[in-house]
Design a protein around this ligand. Structure first.
Ligand code: CAA
Length: 424
């Protein structure tokens, strides 16, 4: 029982959500043309139309802070109500100091708010979300809420196989009792862990290394593992069956991956492989078109944002679907290396009322398109922008409007200018 005498373990979930990402983007067709690749490979083969690109002045801290500020403001939540802050990221800015403590300071959160960073590749924010759910369900929150932020810059480097699967951005979620958006169902969560070298980023590298095709296999095996554990924990099929789900969300490193994941989801549930064009394939395609494809629009124009990628498709659903309430949704998070979780939640009766509060369309419409020359300059400049006493990265050089920006490292201390409230 919680502080208010309610059985909080049955009514905890996502109360608020917001996105913030870089001010620049690249058209995938422009990238394909300069790399000598058929644009259809990126646009249809991978499913990506555009890719958000962070300038040297936009980092994990600035994106996380602005996304969190937006979630608090748009859902009218006082920063004093936040009792836990977790930033899930695989692009931290310091080996020791967590991104979360910068965010805590910039948002003016209370000193008794526990604050930390979670890392397990793209799974870090889901780990944060489930920890927040457990913290509240255990009665430790004493009526307060948890702020979970997924913030990352996905970078593989110029001319690599991973280049078209880059992106950047942050999703902030506020978790509490009697949530306004999505009630989480703890009994339907399952976990999976296995040591694999499918994707990693050594301490000395700004760029991720990936064994690309192997990483896809690891992801799909992790789905089977986490889903199997969820079924065992739930003890019944009722809440997990595909025909009970209004939508299925997967980690989306690139849009086509969600199709592959859904294929595996159907095969696992049906206990059968589906190939060719038989009746099962028709059923699988219909299920994908209804439960998955409509909610991948944000992913297709933002790209991979690692920890936040699955939550971007949840936001796409909540801003567009006009759910009546009571719809069950599945969530599958995969982090390379690897760790994964599968679970479900139920949309609240009030969610539709907040569709406009969640929608990042205004931010996306203001983004500036980069040409390839500028994109390559930007990637190269980012390599050394945070080095101690390096030339000052100037927001004006990248034509950035008012906002919160990283402006270099002096005396080994990161410096920022502006504030989240300045950001358009
Ligand atoms: N028209 C249409 N489609 C085309 C095409 C064309 N002209 N040319 C190729 N395609 C299709 C291919 O058939 C293929 O589709 P299928 O997978 O359905 O067969 C798709 O385009 C991609 O083609 P390739 O497999 O040949 O592409 P690639 O060898 O260049 O590598 C990649 C693709 C492995 C995803 C690579 O971009 C990569 O390494 N990305 C980074 C790693 C990654 O994202 N892994 C995902 C799982 S791990 C994870 O999820 C964690 C994370 O966030 C990193």
């Amino acid at each position: 029982m919680g502080a208010k005498g309610t059985d909080v373990s049955r009514n905890v979930g996502i109360d608020a959500m917001a996105f913030h990402g870089p001010h620049c983007y690249l058209e995938m067709a422009d990238l394909a043309n300069v790399r000598g690749v058929d644009p259809n490979k990126y646009i249809h083969g991978l499913g990506q139309r555009q890719m958000a690109v962070a300038t040297p002045c936009e980092d994990t801290v600035t994106m996380a802070t602005v996304a969190a500020y937006r979630a608090l403001k748009r859902f009218d939540i006082d920063p004093g109500e936040i009792g836990t802050l977790i930033v899930g990221t695989e692009t931290g800015v310091d080996h020791s100091k967590p991104v979360a403590v910068y965010v805590h300071d910039m948002l003016g959160l209370a000193p008794n708010c526990r604050t930390f960073e979670t890392k397990h590749a793209c799974y870090g924010a889901m780990a944060g979300l489930t920890s927040a759910m457990d913290w509240i369900s255990a009665g430790r929150a004493r009526g307060r809420k948890a702020l979970i932020v997924a913030s990352d810059i996905a970078r593989y480097g110029l001319k690599t196989a991973g280049e078209p699967t880059q992106g950047a951005g942050a999703v902030a979620m506020i978790v509490g009792e009697k949530p306004r958006l999505l009630q989480l169902d703890p009994d339907t969560f399952g976990d999976y862990t296995r040591q694999v070298m499918d994707f990693w980023r050594p301490l000395y590298s700004k760029y991720a290394f990936a064994d690309g095709h192997y990483s896809i296999d690891c992801y799909l095996d992790a789905f089977t593992g986490a889903w199997g554990d969820a079924c065992e924990n739930a003890g019944t099929w009722d809440r997990l069956r595909l025909d009970q789900l209004a939508a299925c969300f997967y980690h989306v490193p690139f849009v086509k991956m969600a199709r592959k994941a859904h294929h595996r989801h159907c095969e696992t549930e049906w206990g059968d492989t589906v190939t060719g064009d038989d009746e099962k394939m028709v059923q699988l395609k219909a299920s994908y078109d209804r439960q998955v494809a409509p909610w991948l629009e944000l992913n297709s124009v933002i790209g991979n944002i690692y920890t936040g990628s699955m939550f971007l498709s949840l936001m796409d659903y909540l801003r567009k679907a006009e759910p009546a309430g009571g719809e069950r949704l599945s969530l599958f998070s995969y982090g390379s290396g690897c760790g994964a979780a599968f679970g479900t939640g139920v949309v609240t009766d009030s969610a539709t009322r907040y569709a406009a509060n969640i929608d990042p369309a205004e931010h996306l419409a203001r983004r500036k398109r980069l040409d390839i020359e500028r994109y390559e300059q930007l990637i190269t400049a980012s390599e050394t922008a945070d080095h101690n006493e390096a030339p000052y990265p100037d927001p004006a050089d990248w034509d950035l409007g008012p906002g919160l920006y990283f402006v270099g490292t002096r005396n080994h201390i990161r410096e920022y200018t502006g504030s989240a409230s300045d950001t358009l």
